[in-house]
Design a protein around this ligand. Structure first.
Ligand code: HT7
Ligand code: ZN
Length: 877
């Protein structure tokens, strides 16, 4: 794979108008007949050939305007079809016939089979595995699709757009035809055929059009699609209300499949989902599963406008659709659930994933300028940091102006394939505000470090803040320019009230947001009657690392009284982090005991028992920084075992004084009536689960967890009880029995088995590697199924610090072998799991050396996919 540069972008030489595709389905020899109407772009010389992308195709015939052309008129290779001597000055039709083998397609890109169903995945470059085509997002065409296949095996035949008709040929074969009137790029093409069950509903749009809604699942799973259907209807309503966006076809379909490389795919009118993000019922799905389904159904639906109607000019612009659509799904979930709790969960995820990526060898800008393998750029930086950048635009402009900018974007670019610059310009034009400096958020990688110091002048009644911003060097970007950072902040007085400054100098401050724009800045706030406590980066208004040496009593004040719940969580989390870091330091120096701040213990106990706080928020407070959070904060010479021991010691210290509060939570009467997945009910379960975890640190017996396991009547509590048993009491009979019982009870349910594998893969300690290896031999393991690979090998490498980072390096050696093996079947899945090594340079030297050896071993394997090769090279650079 060569490096592709944004600077080399140029439009295609030929312009596509219409695409007709006919599929004659066969498990091993599917015939694809493509007829594309196109013309030469104005100004392109007559002798310029047509270059079409291809990948693992078997070319059968090529014709121009219906006439087969001789082999001398084209060149065909594994990667391209080049046709010469094309008609000039007119529109012409190119016919390309290819044969593909869906059954042999283990990469799950292009047309493949999953449990007997034909299914496609074309983003980013999968369409070229179906037929030779200009497979890039700025080539938009109107598609008509005909599917022909065995009628008994394929009663369901779906593609994008509106249904044209279907029929039987009388020889056992049937056909179906679909027409999508909206011009779209090839990556949004989809086809599904097979024998599936369906759940149906309808939605009436704001202009009173009735849309048929259909969710296709494997037979027998229909009842488990009800929540997804509900989430879909709520998403459709929300997009009309929040953004004025209405659905634009007669039918909207979702298909759930069990073999899928990612979460889901927004193909026009025919979304295809990993079934893990569709199927749910109380017995088999956790509250987190329900929340994920709601968010991902919404995300894919919202792509209809942000991604499909307006798409990306090239793949460097991926955040144009992904960052924006994540922002939209975050806002949707915040409106459906508790905004503060949702924001806390988002920030936790952002810090643990994106901040980690941004500080290692895989760091890249939200809008990269080069890549070797586009599949490796579906990253948390493009998605989650991209969403945060969109959120900052909304913060800078204010909600009404942000909406005006979005309206302008839809109006100006509908039907287009555009760039980040086009997007940003809409907000500049709508608001009159210059976003030039702000745009650096798209171009500069690395998490800005903002260092603040503050002094209060009682005589002058002023507060002065000295602020410095520093953006760390990242691969290919050593020197950075200062960013425009919107820092939401508040001034809290002793009595808990908030004060607004009467004047500000040295920087712009408006609507509670301080605009940092210089490398160093000194800002003075006037009219502050007494020394205030500063509540900084409220709501995580900017994705930065804030260094402010805040007095502990100020943190306590925020933790107890801030009007902003997010800030309260942030302060408590910060207080806990201080103690955790101190504990690691002391234990590294030989201490066996740790001291925990009495204030922290008191705040935690008081918050947990404060019934005026919503249970989900209390559960978030109880989830102290994870071992990975602590490691990231330490940043270098990481010893995962020491961190594990120190965190355990702190947990023991903070939970012990809360014993009776925990018992009260766990012994409170259970829910009456049937299960509901709504946010409030889920919050109560989250609090109970957090209490069970805490109990496991202050009560040395597994009995509580065993009781919870025996009594649980929903998967949220059952799976949690199992993980407490397996992770905290792994050597006990209770734990062993529970693991066995859970596995037997759900042996036939793949999605629940994934949880079973993942819980076992994340048991802390060096012995887990052997159990992971043993589990791979189990008949329940399925090496070809991406969910199963992620749940066992992925969980072990990504979410088991003490197991994976064994001091002898056996975890790394195991991973190297697995990556090499998985890569042969499915490079995308291999590459994704390999990102577990992205922070290897932060490890202490023995582990770092062994991790490096494992990367070198992978790099020496042959053959190796571009996906894995690209990651290994960047991680070793
Ligand atoms: N736009 C999609 C991203 C995607 C993908 C999905 C499935 C398999 C391979 C894929 N490559 C890229 C999903 C989304 O962000 O909505
Ligand atoms: Zn997306």
């Amino acid at each position: 794979g060569q490096v592709i540069h944004l600077a080399d972008y140029r439009p295609t030489d030929f312009v596509v108008e219409r695409v007709d595709l006919t599929f004659e389905l066969d498990p091993t020899e599917t015939l694809v007949i493509q007829r594309t109407l196109m013309h030469r772009r104005e100004g392109v010389a007559d002798d310029v050939p047509l270059v079409l992308d291809g990948d693992e195709l078997n070319l059968k015939a090529v014709a121009i305007d219906g006439n087969p052309i001789p082999e001398s008129q084209y060149d065909v290779s594994d990667r391209a079809l080049v046709i010469r001597d094309l008609p000039t000055g007119t529109t012409f039709e190119v016919t390309v016939e290819t044969i593909i083998n869906p059954e042999a397609n283990t990469k799950l890109m292009g047309l493949y089979r999953t449990n007997g169903t034909y299914c496609t995945q074309c983003e980013a470059e999968g369409f070229r595995r179906i037929t030779y085509f200009m497979d890039r997002p700025d080539v938009l065409g109107v598609y008509t699709i005909t599917i022909i296949g065995d009628g008994a095996a394929n009663p369901v035949m779906l593609s994008n757009g509106n249904f044209l008709g279907a029929g039987d040929y009388g020889d056992g074969r049937r056909f179906a035809a679909w027409y999508d009137p909206h011009p779209k790029p090839s990556y949004l093409f989809a086809l599904v055929a097979g024998d599936l069950g369906v759940v149906e509903d309808t939605f009436t749009t704001m202009s009173e059009r009735e849309v048929a809604l259909k969710i296709y699942v494997e037979h027998g799973k229909e009842a488990r699609a009800a929540y997804a259907m509900d989430a879909l209807k709520r998403s459709m309503t929300w997009d009309e209300q929040a953004f004025g966006r209405e659905y634009d076809l007669d039918i909207f379909m979702i298909v759930a499949v069990s073999d899928f490389n990612m979460g889901a795919m927004e193909n026009k009118g025919l979304n295809v989902f990993n079934d893990k993000y569709i199927l749910a019922d109380p017995e088999t799905a956790t509250d987190q599963d329900y929340a994920n389904i709601e968010a991902i159904v919404a995300h894919e639906y919202f792509h209809n406008w942000t991604g499909n109607r307006i798409t990306c000019r090239d793949w460097f612009q991926l955040c144009l659709k992904e960052g924006l659509t994540v922002y939209r799904d975050h806002e949707f979930s915040a409106d459906q659930r508790s905004r503060a709790v949702k924001r806390i969960a988002e920030v936790r995820h952002l810090k643990s994933e994106q901040f980690a990526e941004d500080s290692g060898p895989l760091a890249h800008p939200v809008r990269p300028t080069q890549f070797r393998e586009i599949n490796n750029f579906y990253t948390t930086t493009v998605y989650e940091k991209g969403s945060e950048v969109t959120r900052m635009i909304a913060t800078l402009l204010g909600r009404p102006m942000f909406r005006k900018g979005m309206d302008l974007y839809f109006e100006r670019h509908d039907g287009g394939a555009v760039t980040i610059e086009d997007f940003v310009r809409c907000f500049e034009d709508a608001s009159g505000r210059d976003l030039g400096q702000f745009s650096r958020w798209y171009h500069q990688a690395g998490t800005p470090v903002v260092t603040v110091s503050a002094r209060y002048d009682a005589g002058a009644k002023t507060l002065t803040m000295d602020v410095e911003q520093m953006i760390p060097p990242t691969p290919g970007q050593q020197v950075k320019e200062p960013m425009h950072i919107p820092l939401a902040m508040g001034f809290i007085l002793d009595n808990g009230t908030e004060v607004q400054p009467t004047g500000v100098s040295g920087g712009e401050y408006a609507d509670g947001v301080l605009h940092l724009t210089e490398r160093t800045q000194s800002i003075t706030f006037e009219g502050i009657s007494s020394r205030p406590v500063l509540s900084l980066n409220r709501g995580f208004s900017a994705p930065i690392n804030l260094h402010y040496d805040m007095p502990v009593e100020d943190m306590v004040q925020i933790a107890r009284h801030d009007s902003d719940l997010f800030s309260r969580w942030q302060a408590i989390n910060q207080l806990a982090l201080r103690d955790l870091l101190k504990a690691v330091k002391e234990m590294t120096a030989g201490a066996t005991q740790v001291a925990v701040d009495a204030e922290l213990i008191a705040i935690l106990r008081d918050s947990i028992s404060d019934d005026s706080l919503e249970p989900a928020f209390r559960a978030q407070i109880m989830a102290l920084p994870s071992e990975a959070d602590i490691a990231r904060e330490i940043g270098k010479d990481i010893d995962p075992e020491m961190i594990h021991a120190a965190r355990n010691a702190v947990m023991a210290a903070v939970t012990a004084p809360a014993g009776t509060v925990l018992a009260d939570i766990l012994d409170a009467p259970r829910r009456v009536g049937s299960f509901s997945p709504d946010a409030a009910s889920a919050g109560i379960r989250a609090l109970r689960n957090a209490a069970l975890t805490w109990m496991s640190y202050c009560e040395p017996s597994p009995d509580r967890a065993a009781k919870a396991f025996a009594e649980a009547d929903n998967m949220t509590e059952l799976a949690h009880a199992l993980s407490v048993l397996a992770h905290r009491f792994s050597e006990t009979e209770s734990a062993k029995q529970a693991v066995a019982a859970f596995g037997d009870r759900f042996a036939e349910n793949a999605l629940v088995l994934d949880k079973w594998f993942s819980i076992q893969a994340t048991v802390p300690g060096p012995a887990t590697l052997a159990s992971v290896e043993a589990l791979m031999q189990s008949p329940r393991f399925a090496a070809g199924n991406p969910n199963r690979l992620r749940s066992l090998i992925g969980s072990f490498a990504m979410a088991n610090p003490t197991g994976f980072h064994r001091k002898d390096g056996a975890g790394y050696a195991f991973l190297a072998n697995q990556i090499i093996a998985i890569d042969k079947r499915n490079p995308q899945v291999a590459a994704r799991i390999l990102t577990s090594m992205r922070s290897w340079r932060s490890l202490e030297s023995t582990r770092a050396g062994l991790a490096r050896n494992a990367l070198v071993t992978i790099g020496a394997a042959s053959p190796l996919s571009t996906d894995v090769r690209d990651l290994v090279d960047r991680m070793l650079e």
